[in-house]
Design a protein around this ligand. Sequence first.
Ligand SMILES: [Zn+2]
Length: 443
Amino acid sequence: MRPIFNSFLVVCLAACGGNNEPQQDTGTGVAADSAAVEVAPPNPYAGALAFSGATLWDGTGAAVLENAVLIVRDGRIVEISSGVPPEGAQIVDLAGTWVVPGFIDAHTHVSGYWAPDDVTDTAEKIRNELALYASYGVTTVNSLGGEPAEAMAIRDAQNNPSLAHARVHVAGKVIEDKDPLAAAKTTVENILSGVDWLKIRVDDNLGTAEKMPWPAIEAVFQAANARNARVATHVFYRDDALRLLELGTDLIAHSVRDRPLDDPFVAKLLESGVCYVPTLTREVSTFVYAARPDFLDDPFFTKSAKQSEVDRVSNPQFMANMAASPTAAGYRKALAQAQENLRIVQGSGVPVAFGTDAGPPGRFPGYFEHVEFFLMKEAGLTPPEILQSATSIAAQCLGLEDVGTLTSGKWADFVVLTQNPLQDILATRSIVSVYIAGNRVAD
Ligand SMILES: [Zn+2]
């Protein structure tokens, strides 16, 4: 609307004689000419925001830009420079801070479970949950299955400049059918419903459940490949992951956790170009409540933790059950294996997409992403490696073209920090504010 209005204004002033006195036109043409001279060209920055003064890390791998000026219009980045912000833009002073792209979690489950208990409307619950992610700097989440139908409408509405919660992508019903025909049917139904990903589980939960049979898995790939749909796979075992790569999976959505990754596996992963999502925090959630974890008292956790869920995971009986659980003990060992394998894939040049598997009970959205940062650091990744995994690499792995870096044309989704995350990844906790499409969504 604005450009049309502006050109109308210029035409009107010129043609109408200006000076707010169109009736006084002398007919000599003088009034029209002088009015045209008086009309200043519209300021190109009018209506734009200028985020000014921060040290900006744009996610591309380029060096930081000091004293950056990020110009945002209609929710998108239109220009990046440094120095003095241009006249005409509305200035947001970020001097003394660090700005990084919003974090992208390639593996979550969005359900609405994490909304306050008094919110009952499903869509509202989902929006609440997405706002919770955003408050921790997580501005895009890839939900790999089990979302309520309302999540899809929320996804469809998110490409707009007034968005004020994390973006979401969905996988629909997790495909677990044991029968090939049923698996193919679920696959097609998911695709027709408009999911971003298909999600299958290939796991026996440490020998406690029946694994999805290979004929059913193959039926999923056949149906998916015929329709150009992407398949994300839940894996645990190295041999399963290799076979899934051969079948054409598009995302290894968990760490391989049964043994150290070997050269043939890594070669296949590299050859396929498929991204690897560690979800180290998922393992933590399976054993950490065996004793009351310290993080329950971390102010960065308590500031927004859902109390009823804190009560549930710190219930003595719940903790005793977890302490006695053999699978919990198995997953504790699996975490160490997952961290070793993360070191191997990262060192081999495999694209590692940041992901936590946050969202199910016990896996606190937003906070768990920061636990994942810590665990990636513990695995030996550098802060820039971790940050790229959580921004540009995650975006590329998910095929998201307008988030992941702070460059011209992308949505203005970013996190403002008081400390330098390139020196210590835990500085990602020093959040001053979070912006989505240029809107301040959290403090
Ligand atoms: Zn999952």
